[in-house]
Design a protein around this ligand. Sequence first.
Ligand SMILES: O=c1ccn([C@@H]2O[C@H](COP(=O)(O)OP(=O)(O)O[C@H]3OC[C@@H](O)[C@H](O)[C@H]3O)[C@@H](O)[C@H]2O)c(=O)[nH]1
Ligand SMILES: [O-]c1cc(O)cc2[o+]c(-c3ccc(O)cc3)c(O[C@@H]3O[C@H](CO)[C@@H](O)[C@H](O)[C@H]3O)cc12
Length: 468
Amino acid sequence: MGDFGSDGSSSMSIVMYPWLAFGHMTAFLHLSNKLAEKGHEIVFLLPKKALDQVRPLNLYPSLITFHTISIPHVKGLPPGAETNSDVPFFLTHLLAVAMNQTRPEVETILRTNKPDLVFYDSADWIPEIARPVGAKTVCYNTVSAASIALTLVPAAEREIIDGKEMSAEELAKPPLGYPSSKVVLLAREAKTLSFVWRRHEGIGSFFDGKVTAMRNCDAIAIRTCRETEGKFCDYIESQYNRPVYLTGPVLPVDEPNKTSLEPRWADWLAKFKPGSVVFCAFGSQPVVDKIDQFQELCLGLEATGLPFLVAIKPPSGVSTVEEALPEGFQERVRGRGVVYGGWVQQPMILDHPSVGCFVTHCGFGSMWESLMSDCQMVLVPQHGEQILNARLMAEEMEVAVEVEREENGWFSRRSLEDAVKSVMGEGSEVGEKVRKNHDKWRCVLSDSGFADGYISKFEQNLTDLVKS
Ligand SMILES: O=c1ccn([C@@H]2O[C@H](COP(=O)(O)OP(=O)(O)O[C@H]3OC[C@@H](O)[C@H](O)[C@H]3O)[C@@H](O)[C@H]2O)c(=O)[nH]1
Ligand SMILES: [O-]c1cc(O)cc2[o+]c(-c3ccc(O)cc3)c(O[C@@H]3O[C@H](CO)[C@@H](O)[C@H](O)[C@H]3O)cc12
């Protein structure tokens, strides 16, 4: 046990073991920074390969210590696979099998460190090895409460008939008591949820793992706030009969003078009028998989006539974005449009005065960053969780416009052009409505005490939990 309560000090000792995906590791590390800021000590478990990418985000190296874990090879995984960036989506369950095999190593770390608290999201066996060393466990969810409430609560259990895939209608059905008629999926969109209930040998389904993780912990935590998702949090609490603690958005703080926007983007953006550039980014994983959909995206942005900067991974079948561009595209947009396949500093680009519109895939991290920015938002979600985040922003909060799709799920260059013009066009009624609503939300969320208030309350929840 840390020195919590023993010598009058209130410092807690915490071990964090997030799912082996960058979106999850970075979210856990941002929370670690907030807790270290308050003097708590964290041992952060992660695969070796992730260390170089994650280390620069550690703002308190004297309090947050990285401990690398060996991820064993599992038959069927690419050699050396350690994170979900190394693994195609349909093999994700094998990465979960590999993570399960790290249990003895994690058990030794817990016995040696004797922490007060262990945070995890995926490794559902953590409570079994934490309890004997006297640690309390927190299942920390870095996705929206709406996504959890729709699919990962006991009432969402489905009777699976072996070998038979569920129909789209069955997949789309919200669980009994689900608190929204707007944050839902259409049947065709719900097909992306089939992975949730699909059973895999030796590990069960994603649903089984998440429900076990949340049933067995001492407290559930979610990276969200009451103002945006209160009713979903209450529903999750009632489903699990466990306390649900909220951390708020937990966005990384920009350290003044520490980093600045790369000159090539700063210089390029500076050429355009304030609020005129459309920035489009689709997160840390490849999401636009099909080359013709990738091209519709490029052509839609070209058709807006506005300057644009796109940061996106190449679609399947090619290794660079340049190979996937429509014919003659680069010549036509030269000087006003760039498509870039590498990593850009998204939060700083959103903050740049020339950027006026964000075309986003609605990853949960991007959702918070866009809400805090003063950009107009166009939503192009690809998968279940992102679609729910999009519904939350477009239908419940009414701060953004979602791109229209055809019956087969495709969006056209025209629908993207229309969506961008509807938020960027001068005098557009829709554009004015979403801007007004977005301004209101930004005021609430960026109020100086808002995020700090959530973290202080969260720290108090943890302190009470450890004492209980
Ligand atoms: O070029 C880039 C791309 C992404 N980013 C940053 O990387 C982060 C991406 O996270 P997002 O949650 O938006 O999206 P990802 O698709 O990468 O995450 C995925 O796993 C974690 C879940 O919470 C997300 O909902 C899911 O989409 C954002 O903070 C964004 O600012 C960059 O800084 N530069
Ligand atoms: O697509 C999803 C739809 C949905 O309704 C819920 C989720 O939940 C989660 C999730 C992740 C972690 C948690 O602690 C709770 C919920 C989803 O996570 C993503 O799942 C992918 C498949 O395993 C994984 O590759 C990705 O890294 C996760 O972010 C997705 C949905």
